[in-house]
Design a protein around this ligand. Structure first.
Ligand code: GLP
Length: 261
């Protein structure tokens, strides 16, 4: 795992956007794993800008989102399909047929999970999986005690996640209690993982996920097992990391980051 600390949220987003742009530039047919949530909104806005101003081309890209709320149709404004169409897909030249999310309305969620994992496998796996972290330490909706080898399936959301996300609903009690999410095992199969973490409210969970022990109580800690994982954080989110100076030194001196500095 490599941790990169940028002073501001804007700089963290800029770097994450540059990494994604580089990925689809060197491999236009890239398979991207995508995430939702407030953290991602600025990143998608920047990618839209890169498309509009610099011609960043999404025409051949294929995407798989991490998760979807159970019971929300794509037309519901809190569904993650709606979020993705609104923040990214509707504003760049991606072919909507190449964009995938789990079907939150599936009559047989277990079969839907298996279908989703098989679809990812069929396209040759995910080249770059984008992630953020929830306050429970979840990636996707892999709440505490999600198995390290878990596959796409339904998870019950914790009270903390419901508290974190329900303000986004017109009536907080309308937030679904279940979601269908890629498993931790599904996520770890991506060739590369990039986790973007911003804001002081993430500092505690970030320190536990990155520098604490690997535990299914904090699904993001499983990323320590991934051979190619980059965590991009702003200074506020990185505040409680013990080895900040070391991480900063590596980023400043590692030639692989020359083009991004
Ligand atoms: C949701 C998503 C997670 C994401 C989290 C972060 O819960 N399922 O994948 O990590 O949001 O949310 P935010 O960026 O709003 O803090």
């Amino acid at each position: 795992m490599q941790v990169i600390i940028r002073d501001t949220k804007k700089e963290a987003i800029e770097l994450a956007a540059a990494v994604i742009a580089h990925q689809i530039t060197i491999k236009p047919t890239s398979v991207l794993g995508l995430a939702t949530g407030r953290t991602m909104e600025g990143l998608y806005a920047r990618l839209v800008e890169m498309h509009q101003q610099d011609g960043l081309d999404f025409s051949l890209a294929v995407t798989f989102n991490l998760d979807e709320y159970a019971g929300l149709p794509p037309t519901h404004k809190n569904s993650y399909r709606y979020y993705m169409n609104h923040h990214l897909f509707g504003k760049v030249n991606i072919d909507l047929r190449n964009t995938h999310l789990p079907d939150g309305m599936a009559a047989d969620p277990e079969a839907e999970g298996a279908r989703y994992d098989a679809l990812i496998e069929d396209v040759g796996g995910i080249d770059l999986q984008l992630l953020s972290i929830g306050e429970t330490g979840h990636i996707g909706f892999n709440e505490p005690l999600s198995a390290m080898f878990s596959r796409t399936r339904v998870k019950a959301l914790t009270p903390k996640t419901i508290e974190q996300n329900s303000p986004l609903f017109d009536s907080p009690e309308d937030m679904p209690r279940f979601a269908i999410t890629m498993g931790v095992g599904t996520i770890l199969e991506a060739a590369r993982c990039v986790m973007l973490v911003t804001g002081a409210n993430k500092a505690d969970i970030m320190a536990r996920a990155v520098e604490g022990p690997v535990t299914s109580m904090i699904s993001a800690s499983a990323l320590q097992l991934h051979p190619n994982c980059t965590v991009i954080a702003d200074a506020a989110a990185a505040d409680k990391l013990e080895q900040k100076d070391y991480y900063r030194w590596i980023f400043d001196h590692d030639p692989q980051w020359d083009r991004f500095r």
